[in-house]
Design a protein around this ligand. Structure first.
Ligand SMILES: Cc1cc2nc3c(=O)[nH]c(=O)nc-3n(C[C@H](O)[C@H](O)[C@H](O)COP(=O)(O)O)c2cc1C
Length: 182
């Protein structure tokens, strides 16, 4: 589901020179923005991250700026500037990673009133069970009123071609979701 159109319109109303240099509005004037918030602590997670980013940035999709942020460095401001969010985490002790939880701890209340309806996607990797991590992310995003744009990509064990392809497709889909084209 798309974010309220008023937010998109507001972005277009900002006249040249009003937004400060470095402000996301400057970079994204007239562009949709997909935010990727990921925790990437291993080569396998790096492969999945690179696959979603490659899908999101593929040449077939125009008009979308992709902003990738490590979960430990991502802020509420990043979310408020986004038209869709793609989350990536390993399963850790039957939950999302502490890093992604840290992201939500900081973003939850500052975003609560302004991001209802925000489209999100999710990829999770685990050695044997990703269900708890998916459930945890779905609980917090439900609390924020975000809308799941597509079922999560859950990868168990070795990261293979199928896993990379599924993540690539998820990235492409979420870029379209940022455009409101899903
Ligand atoms: C502290 C810790 C807890 C973990 N807990 C789980 C878990 O509950 N379920 C699971 O499937 N994998 C678990 N794992 C494995 C990670 O999900 C896995 O290492 C991560 O997805 C990266 O995979 P890779 O090392 O093969 O790239 C855990 C790993 C660590 C370090």
């Amino acid at each position: 589901m798309q974010r309220p159109r008023v937010l998109r319109a507001w972005r277009l109303w900002v006249p040249p020179g009003v937004a400060a240099a470095g402000d996301p509005v400057c970079h994204a004037m007239g562009m949709a923005r997909l935010l990727i918030v990921h925790h990437t602590p291993s080569p396998g997670m790096q492969e999945l991250f690179e696959a979603v980013r490659s899908g999101a940035e593929n040449d077939e999709i125009e008009g979308v700026e992709v902003a990738a942020r490590a979960a430990l460095a991502s802020t509420a401001s990043d979310v408020l500037a986004a038209d869709a969010v793609l989350l990536g985490t390993p399963a850790n002790i039957g939950y999302m990673s502490g890093a992604l939880k840290h992201f939500f701890d900081g973003a939850y209340y500052p975003c609560l009133n302004d991001t209802a309806g925000l489209a999100y996607g999710l990829y999770v990797h685990g050695n044997n069970d990703t269900a708890g991590a998916v459930r945890a992310v779905e609980q917090v995003t439900k609390g924020m009123g975000w809308e799941r744009a597509r079922p999560p990509v859950e990868v168990i064990g070795e990261v293979d071609r199928d896993a990379r392809d599924a993540c690539w497709e998820l990235g492409a889909f979420m870029a379209l979701a940022a455009l409101g084209e899903t």
